[in-house]
Design a protein around this ligand. Structure first.
Ligand SMILES: [Zn+2]
Ligand SMILES: [Zn+2]
Ligand SMILES: [Zn+2]
Length: 530
């Protein structure tokens, strides 16, 4: 004898109190004794077990079982899946009017339209009115039911064929004088039965809607999880491994985003997903790169230079992503901490990282990001004046050749970072464009003059003063049509006139314009709106 079957009935019943119907159903399959406890048809205790379980665990099935159904049958009817006639799996549609769970096809085979009943019964003389025989029956409204295709398009009341036969036979066996009473009695019965059916349908419908809402929430959670895992994935240098602009084009990714699955995305699923995504990602990157290279082979030199410079900025922003997220959360934690403190902490965490191998904690991930910041966001404003940005080391001295990401990440961007730090530590004089813009806090003051405009008569036509953004727009858009703005050979700074000049009136509003206003020469490759 197994231990399970030696459990005394009282304890068994006690345990059952805490089990949902679906577990009780499997428990009944465990042993003969359990089956006996749970599937007895005349035991009050059995009935109570199922009833309690249903009321506790099935919030949308609180009504008592329909007439003629035991608690056990009721619970199975609701919880089990599949067509009760043909066995088609996963069917969960319940027709409360007929107390069946079935597929569309089986419903169609077993129901009949009200307007077809007379024709179907084929004994017109003894049928008073279709509606009179079926008035005690429950029905659904739909456009299915047996009958020709043409008829089926109009919706009608649909009756269960077996019920119709039963009612018809009952009616026929009555003596003529009893029939009128029978019809009246049936009408009353039909009305109250339909009321019950509608109540059950409503209860069930609530379940349907709450499940639908829950499923859409689960799908959404899953999609967010996948997206986050992709963004957190780092390469061997600790930088984000995937560019979302490339990931967006991968089939594996798009399939996952469009998936209707509601199951949580497990670690195992992620490993499988990543193994599929990586080769596809690499292939897609190579393809996109080849396409770009093909197009850019014929660019004008100055357009190509600006394109390469934009590549640097794009990659920096792509790699800045975790730093931005991380710094923001750090700033919330401790707004007083200086940059020096952060640097110290970064160094100490990188030394302790080597002795930890576990790869599944976010903790390590964050630590890896901390020691691999490629470029501080605070240094970006110095970029336009970094020598290696203005005159980048092009592959074969040809700006039309794309850099590969590895060169950018490991050589050029670290170099730029050093140069930016140097510019930060060594402010330029305020009379230079860089000094006025970066250190003088004068970007919005109209202290810049155009060196290309000729001011022959200072009295009649005094030189105009511009803000930094305005002078750049003037150079690029006026009849100068400058393609590559070169600060100090084209712009004169007059800081002495701060007090007599007013603030700028034009401000950049959108992205390429903002970059342009910050000193990046992107006028040849972006559509500046101003
Ligand atoms: Zn079926
Ligand atoms: Zn028939
Ligand atoms: Zn000018």
């Amino acid at each position: 004898m197994s231990i399970a079957s030696r459990i005394p009935p009282e304890i068994f019943i006690n345990i059952c109190q805490y089990l949902p119907p679906i577990d009780l159903i499997s428990l009944a399959r465990v042993s003969k004794q359990f089956h006996g406890y749970l599937c007895s048809t005349d035991s009050f205790t059995t009935k109570e077990i199922w009833k309690n379980s249903r009321i506790t665990f099935l919030p949308f099935v609180q009504m008592p079982p329909p007439e003629g159904m035991t608690e056990l049958q009721y619970v199975k009817f609701i919880s089990e899946r599949g067509c009760q006639f043909c066995g088609k799996p996963r069917i969960r549609k319940i027709y409360w009017a007929f107390l069946v769970r079935c597929c569309k096809k089986c419903l169609e085979d077993r129901t009949i339209r009200l307007d077809q009943i007379r024709y179907h019964l084929f004994s017109q003389n003894s049928v008073p009115d279709d509606i009179d025989i079926v008035s005690g029956l429950t029905f659904i409204t739909g456009s299915a039911g047996s009958g020709s295709e043409k008829i089926k398009r109009r919706p009608s009341n649909l009756y269960w064929i077996q019920d119709v036969h039963k009612a018809y036979n009952e009616f026929n066996e009555l003596s003529l004088k009893d029939r009128q009473d029978w019809i009246i009695k049936k009408r009353e019965e039909g009305r109250s039965k339909m009321e019950e059916v509608i109540k059950r349908e409503l209860e069930n419908e609530n379940e349907y809607w709450s499940k639908t809402m829950e499923n859409s929430r689960k799908r959404n959670d899953r999609v967010i999880t996948i997206d986050n895992l992709i963004r957190k994935e780092t390469n061997e240098f600790g930088f984000p491994r995937f560019k979302m602009s490339v990931v967006n084009k991968c089939l594996t990714y798009n399939k996952a985003m469009g998936s209707t699955s509601t199951s949580p995305f497990t670690k195992r699923a992620w490993i499988g997903f990543r193994n599929k995504l990586i080769p596809e990602y690499l292939q897609m990157s190579t393809l996109l790169r080849l396409q770009r290279q093909e197009i850019e082979r014929n660019l004008a030199i100055d357009v190509a230079i600006q394109t390469r410079q934009m590549d640097i900025i794009k990659l920096i922003f792509e790699l800045l992503r975790p730093e931005i997220d991380h710094l923001q959360s750090r700033q919330r934690q401790n707004s007083n901490q200086s940059m020096d403190d952060i640097d110290m902490e970064r160094n100490s965490s990188s030394s302790s990282e080597s002795n930890s191998d576990s790869d599944d904690s976010n903790y390590n991930l964050i630590k890896r990001m901390e020691c691999n910041e490629i470029f501080e966001s605070s240094l970006i404003k110095f970029l336009p004046w970094c020598p290696s940005f203005r005159n980048p080391p092009f592959m074969n001295q040809d700006p039309r050749i794309l850099w590969d990401d590895e060169f950018l990440m490991n050589v050029l961007i670290p170099q730029l970072r050093e140069e930016a730090q140097y510019l930060k530590d060594h402010p330029a004089p305020i009379e230079t464009v860089r000094g006025a813009f970066l250190h003088g806090g004068l970007r919005n003051k109209r202290i810049f003059k155009c060196k290309l405009c000729h001011h022959y008569d200072n009295n009649l036509n005094p030189p105009k003063h511009y803000s930094f953004y305005e002078i750049r727009l003037h150079l690029a858009k006026s009849n100068h049509k400058v393609r590559m703005i070169n600060d100090d050979s084209m712009i004169e700074v007059v800081p002495s006139q701060i007090n007599t000049t007013c603030n700028a009136q034009i401000f950049p509003r959108n992205k390429p314009d903002l970059f342009f206003a910050a000193g990046f020469n992107c006028n040849l490759i972006c559509n500046l709106l101003s």
